[in-house]
Design a protein around this ligand. Sequence first.
Ligand SMILES: Cc1cc2nc3c(=O)[nH]c(=O)nc-3n(C[C@H](O)[C@H](O)[C@H](O)COP(=O)(O)O)c2cc1C
Length: 192
Amino acid sequence: MTLVERLRGRESTSAKHLVAPGPADEEIDAVLRAAVAVPEHGAIRPWRFLLVREDGQHRLSDVFVEDLLRERPDASAAEVDKRRAAPLRSPLLIVVAAEIREDHPKTPPVEQVVSAGLAAYVIQACFADMGYGAVWVTGPPAYSDHVKTALGLAPKDAIVGFIHVGTRGPDTPPGPKRRPDPADYMRTWPGD
Ligand SMILES: Cc1cc2nc3c(=O)[nH]c(=O)nc-3n(C[C@H](O)[C@H](O)[C@H](O)COP(=O)(O)O)c2cc1C
């Protein structure tokens, strides 16, 4: 199958369908080698990949709850439970971040975030291509200084995504998904 065909068939698997086992260390290494092959401007390599598993997921879960209660001390028990469960929904969670250089002469922060976003896409797409389920999520914790600091990042840095990875469970809906027609998003410029 060509790369075009594989990318056309790429799809996410909802975290609720992800089960153990997660990928082996060699598979993670292979995928991250593809991730660091994304385009980036200025050789500043802004991407950071944090592998979070088991105890790490439970610690991140505590951080997510702390973050919620700092923002909203009156959050309901259901909201706390949902936030606590969020990082635990897969055997492997990869936090993809951009460590931002704010004063780089050639590469503004937006380009650093874009490059980290490409890396997140490659990670999601490669694990899916290997037969795992994977999904890219964000939500309020991605934009929280408390979460960033707990992860060893600075408030200026960007968490571009939490990539959940695991085996596709038995209830995973079969693909492929319907995709839009690119013609709806395209025009020839400047036109006739
Ligand atoms: C930056 C970014 C953040 C996202 N955050 C979430 C999220 O928090 N929750 C969610 O269900 N999907 C989120 N998504 C969408 C999923 O990753 C996924 O693309 C979507 O479910 C559609 O599935 P597909 O990738 O198979 O088309 C996000 C996507 C991007 C690019």
